[in-house]
Design a protein around this ligand. Structure first.
Ligand code: SF4
Length: 211
């Protein structure tokens, strides 16, 4: 089976198991989504979802974040890790949005990449989950690991993995497939001790076949 067909088979099986996926990061608008995405670097979505209710209740819009004190934001987001850097990024982001974009996240992938704390992965999340526009594929640690185990890539660099996946996966599955692999990585295909004995992808998993 070629890799494109293989990915479609995996997609159907994952969709059947997990249902239609949406981003687990809770948000009420795209600006909140962008801030949640910044917080999610090196941090679980569950932890971010514990932090954001208090954060978004204290700072209700981009203007509030633009005028926030570094110390106060740090205290609220402390448990997300890298809290000093993340706070700097959030406040700098808010100031740029207020100055250049009327307090709104720009609906433009290239413009997103120029904002503090936003790389390709974050920009892809914002474009797909915020604007419903597909520009690329979100490659986080789970997508990286599963793409290797399922046989889509032998690259280690996320940008190269994304380029490989964009060649293999049909475009209509770019966003849901990425989310489904993240769910599967959390539940079955863990970094240490993947739960292959109960996984439903064994028949088409290259990693499992080599074991
Ligand atoms: S069979 Fe094992 S390695 Fe393959 S996707 Fe399932 S859990 Fe991961």
């Amino acid at each position: 089976m070629n890799l494109s067909k293989l990915s479609t088979e995996h997609y159907k099986a994952l969709l059947n198991h997990y249902g239609s996926p949406i981003t687990p990061l809770r948000h009420k608008n795209i600006e909140q989504l962008a801030i949640a995405v910044i917080l999610s670097a090196q941090c679980t979505d569950a932890r971010v979802n514990q932090i954001t209710p208090k954060l978004f209740s204290r700072y209700k819009n981009i203007g509030d974040f633009a005028r926030a004190s570094q110390e106060e934001v740090e205290k609220i987001i402390y448990s997300a890790g890298f809290y000093k850097m993340k706070t700097m990024h959030i406040i700098a982001l808010a100031r740029i949005l207020e100055k250049n974009y009327e307090g709104k996240i720009p609906d433009n992938f290239e413009a997103l990449l120029k904002l503090p704390g936003i790389g390709r992965k974050s920009a892809n999340v914002i474009m797909s989950s915020g604007f419903n526009k597909i520009c690329g594929i979100v490659v986080d640690t789970h997508v990286k690991r599963l793409s290797f185990r399922l046989g889509y890539t032998s690259n280690k660099n996320p940008d190269k993995i994304e380029a490989d996946l964009m060649q293999i996966w049909p475009k209509k599955i770019w966003n849901p497939m990425s989310l489904l692999l993240i769910f599967h990585g959390r539940k079955f295909c863990k970094a240490q001790n993947p739960r292959c004995e109960t996984c439903f992808l064994t028949e088409t998993c290259r990693f499992f076949k080599k074991c």
